[in-house]
Write a protein that binds this ligand. Structure first.
Ligand code: IVH
Length: 683
C-alpha cells in the first residue's frame, strides 16, 4: 500500500514533469517562430518568463531535464536553402538580468568566482535588437558571413551581407596589422526610420507590415529568392566582439571596440566603461532615457567584464558566458479597458477571441485590439468585458493582454465564451477532442472563401500578382467574387469602382490574373485547397497522373499505390473529387483558361527531385499533430528518403514527443536533430 505522503509526492513529481514538458514544447515553438520564421507571437518579456520558469524547474529537478530542452541550445538550426557554416567559436547567447538586484547578484557571482574583494569594472553597450551575425575575414578580406543559427552552425548569408554599406569588404588600416583570420561578431539592425519607410511601402503594396525592425532585419538577411536590395541596403551592421584573431596585448573590452573601429566597423557610440556595478546600474537607467532618441531599436544594456584576462578566467557555460549579461529594459506596459470581446474567423476557420480595447498608447503605437488566442487562454487569464487589463507591447511585438487588474473589475461581469456559432456564417462551431482551436466547419463560410482566395493567389499556387489580403476583402465586400473562378470574370470597370483602386492597380491585377492562367498541374492542385494536399503531395499526384482527368478517374487503390501517399491522403483526395461543387468549380476554372502542360502518366514515378533530394531522415517519437505516415510522405515528396536506423549517413533525425534511443544515437553521432517545426521549415 502506498501511503498518502508517497502518493502526493508522486503526484507532485508528475506535475513537475508535465509542466517541464509543456514548457519545453511551448518555448521551443516560440523559439522556432522567432528564429526560424522571424514571426514571434509573444513578447520577449513573456518568452523570457517562460524560459526562466523552465530554467528554475530544471535546476530544482535535474532528473527531469529533457534532451530537447531549449535551455540546452541557442537559437534555431539553420534553414534549408543556405549552405551551413560552422562557427569555430560557438556564438553564445546571454543571460538576462531583469532588475538592479539581479544585476548586483551577477556582480556578486563574478566576485565569488574570481575570489575577489574589489569592484568589477564593466563595459556597457546598448543591447541591439537585431540579428546576430559572424563575419570572417581572411588576410583582411571578407570571406564568409553567417547567421547565428543554433550557435554552432549558421546559415551562409555572405551574398546578402555584401550588399551592406556598413560591412567592409576589406579591413581598413595597415594590412600588416590584419590577422590571418579574423572573426567579428555583431548585430544586423534596421534603423527605425528605414523600418518606418519599409512598412509604409509594404502597406501601400498591400503586403502585411513587419511586426518590428528585428524581424524585418532577420528576414532580409535570410532572403533567398526575390532579394529585396533596397531593404538589404538599409540594414546596418554594428560590431561588438572579436571571436578569433584578437591581437596579443589587448587588455580591455574597450580596446576591442577601438580595434574594430580601426578596421572600419561601426561600433555603438554609446558604449562606456563603468567602474563598478552601481555605475553600471546608473548607465542602464541613462540608456533607458536615451532609448527613444536612438536611431536603432535597443532592448537593454549588455554589460561585459571589461578586463579580458578576467573574462578568460570566468569562462563560459554551455549557452552563455559567465562574464557578460543582458540587463533588459522593463517591458512596455499600460493599462486600459476591455470594451468588448469578439470572435474573428481566421484563415483555417479558426475562431479567435479578440479583445477590443479602449485605444492606448504603448511601446510607441496606439493599440486598440489584442488577440486572446483561444478559449483556454481566455479562461486562464479570465479576461471579461469591462475589465481593466495590463497591455504590453515589448520590443514592438504584437500587443498582448498580460493580466486583468482584478481590483478594478466592475460588479456583474461575465466570463467570456467563444460563440457556439461561427460569427461569419452562423454554422455550429466545433472544437475537436484535444484541440485548443474552435473552428467553423462550413466549407462555404465567407471567411473560408477569403482564405481559399488567398491560398489560390499565393506564391506556391497560382501566384497572382497584385491580389493581397486587402483586395480580397474588398472583392468579397463588393460581392464581386463568390468562388475563385469569378476572379477571371472581373471587369476593369468593376474593379475601378472599388475604394482606392487606381487604373494602375486594376491593370496590374488583370495582368496578374492573365499570367496566372498558365500554371502546372501541381500548382493547380495546391490552389484547389484539397485537404492534406500541399506542395509535396501535389507534386507526386502531378507526376503520377500527368493531367487532371486521369487523376479524377483514379481509384483509391491507385492513389494509395503511389509511394508517399497513404490511406488518409488518398481518402481526402477522393472525397474531394467526389463532390459536384468541386468538379463544377474545376470546370469553370478550366473554362476561364486556367491550364497546364500535360505529360504522360508515370507508372512508377522516380523519386521526385526536391529540396530534400539525397537527404536521409529517421523519424522517432510522436510529432505533435503530424502522423509518422504523413511526415514520411511529405519528406519523400520533397525528394528525401526515410530510413529506420540512425547512422552516420543519416542527415536528419526528426524527433517528437517521447523520442527514445534513436534520438540518443543521433546526439552521439552528431546528426542534426529537428522537431516538427524544424521539419516544416525544411519542407
Ligand atoms: S555579446 C558572448 N553584445 O544579444 C557574448 N550581444 O541575447 C554574446 N546582442 O546573441 C554576444 N547587442 O545577438 C553582445 N552589445 C552586444 C549585443 C549583443 C545585442 C545580441 C546578440 C546575442 C544576443 C543575446
Amino acid at each position: 500500500m502506498t501511503s498518502r505522503g508517497d502518493r502526493t509526492s508522486g503526484d507532485a513529481a508528475k506535475r513537475v514533469a508535465k509542466r517541464i514538458r509543456a514548457l519545453v514544447e511551448d518555448v521551443n515553438r516560440h523559439l522556432g517562430l522567432y528564429h526560424g520564421e522571424d514571426a514571434p507571437e509573444i513578447s520577449d518579456a513573456e518568452y523570457d518568463r517562460r524560459f526562466r520558469e523552465l530554467q528554475e524547474l530544471e535546476a530544482a529537478h535535474p532528473g527531469e531535464v529533457r534532451a530537447d530542452s531549449p535551455t540546452r541550445r541557442v537559437g534555431a538550426p539553420p534553414a534549408e536553402g543556405f549552405a551551413t557554416v560552422p562557427h569555430r567559436v560557438p556564438m553564445l547567447s546571454l543571460d538576462n538580468a531583469m532588475d538592479a538586484d539581479e544585476m548586483r547578484a551577477f556582480e556578486e557571482r563574478i566576485r565569488r568566482a574570481l575570489d575577489r574583494e574589489g569592484p568589477v569594472a564593466f563595459l556597457a553597450e546598448p543591447k541591439l535588437d537585431g540579428a546576430g551575425v559572424e563575419l570572417v575575414y581572411e588576410a583582411g578580406a571578407l570571406s564568409v558571413g553567417s547567421t547565428r543559427g543554433d550557435g554552432r552552425m549558421g546559415e551562409d548569408v555572405t551574398a546578402n551581407l555584401r550588399q551592406l554599406g556598413s560591412i567592409p569588404m576589406q579591413l581598413a588600416g595597415d594590412p600588416a596589422d590584419h590577422p590571418t583570420r579574423l572573426s567579428v561578431r555583431g548585430e544586423i539592425v534596421l534603423p527605425r526610420a528605414a523600418f518606418a519607410r519599409l512598412n509604409e511601402d509594404r502597406v501601400a503594396r498591400e503586403l502585411e507590415p513587419f511586426v518590428n525592425p528585428r524581424n524585418a532585419a532577420a528576414g532580409a538577411l535570410r532572403m533567398l529568392h526575390d532579394v529585396d536590395l533596397l531593404r538589404l541596403r538599409s540594414l546596418e551592421f554594428r560590431a561588438y566582439a572579436v571571436a578569433e584573431g584578437l591581437p596579443e596585448g589587448l587588455q580591455r573590452q574597450e580596446q576591442v571596440l577601438e580595434l574594430l573601429r580601426s578596421f572600419g566597423f561601426r561600433v555603438s557610440p554609446e558604449c562606456r566603461t563603468c567602474p563598478d556595478v552601481e555605475a553600471a546600474i546608473t548607465t542602464h537607467e541613462a540608456y533607458l532615457e536615451l532609448r527613444a532618441t536612438l536611431p536603432v531599436e535597443i532592448d537593454g544594456t549588455v554589460f561585459k567584464v571589461d578586463d579580458l584576462a578576467l573574462q578568460r578566467d570566468l569562462g563560459e557555460l554551455a549557452r552563455v558566458p559567465r562574464w557578460a549579461i543582458a540587463f533588459k529594459f522593463p517591458a512596455q506596459q499600460e493599462t486600459t479597458l476591455v470594451e468588448d470581446i469578439f470572435a474573428s474567423v481566421g484563415r483555417t476557420g479558426a475562431l479567435t477571441p479578440v479583445a477590443k480595447l479602449r485605444p492606448v498608447f504603448v511601446g510607441g503605437v496606439t493599440v486598440s485590439n489584442a488577440s486572446l488566442h483561444n478559449q483556454d487562454e481566455v479562461e486562464r487569464k479570465d479576461v471579461r468585458v469591462g475589465d481593466t487589463v495590463v497591455v504590453q507591447r515589448a520590443g514592438d511585438v504584437i500587443p498582448q493582454v498580460v493580466q486583468v487588474v482584478l481590483s478594478k473589475r466592475p460588479k456583474r461581469t461575465r466570463r467570456y465564451r467563444l460563440p457556439k456559432k461561427c460569427p461569419v456564417c452562423g454554422t455550429e462551431a466545433v472544437r475537436s477532442e484535444g484541440e485548443a482551436v474552435t473552428r467553423c466547419p462550413d466549407p462555404s463560410c465567407p471567411a473560408k472563401l477569403r482564405n481559399r482566395l488567398l491560398l489560390l493567389a499565393g506564391r506556391g499556387a497560382l501566384d497572382i500578382d497584385g491580389l493581397g489580403e486587402k483586395l480580397v476583402e474588398q472583392l468579397l465586400e463588393a460581392n464581386l467574387v463568390g468562388q475563385p473562378s469569378d476572379l477571371w470574370a472581373l471587369s476593369r470597370e468593376a474593379l475601378l469602382e472599388l475604394d482606392r483602386m487606381g487604373e494602375k492597380s486594376a491593370d496590374n491585377l488583370l495582368a496578374g490574373l492573365e499570367r496566372a492562367r498558365q500554371t502546372t498541374l501541381a500548382r493547380f492542385l495546391i490552389a484547389l485547397g484539397i485537404p492534406e494536399v500541399g506542395g509535396g503531395v501535389a507534386e507526386l499526384l502531378g507526376r503520377r497522373f500527368g493531367d487532371l482527368d486521369p487523376l479524377l478517374a483514379a481509384s483509391r487503390e491507385e492513389l494509395e499505390a503511389i509511394d508517399g501517399i497513404g490511406p488518409i491522403i488518398a481518402e481526402k483526395v477522393q472525397v474531394y473529387f467526389e463532390e459536384d461543387a468541386h468538379l463544377d468549380e474545376i470546370a469553370r476554372l478550366r473554362k476561364h483558361g486556367v491550364r497546364w502542360p500535360t505529360a504522360p502518366p508515370q507508372e512508377d514515378a522516380a523519386p521526385p527531385e526536391g529540396p530534400l533530394t539525397d537527404k536521409t531522415f529517421v523519424l522517432t517519437g510522436t510529432l505533435n499533430g503530424l502522423s509518422r505516415h504523413e511526415a514520411k510522405a511529405r519528406i519523400e515528396a520533397a525528394g528525401g528518403k526515410v530510413t529506420s536506423a540512425v547512422s552516420k549517413k543519416t542527415d536528419y533525425v526528426v524527433a517528437g514527443e517521447a523520442a527514445g534511443s534513436k534520438l540518443k544515437k543521433a546526439q552521439e553521432l552528431g546528426v542534426s536533430i529537428l522537431d516538427r517545426e524544424g521539419l516544416e521549415a525544411l519542407l
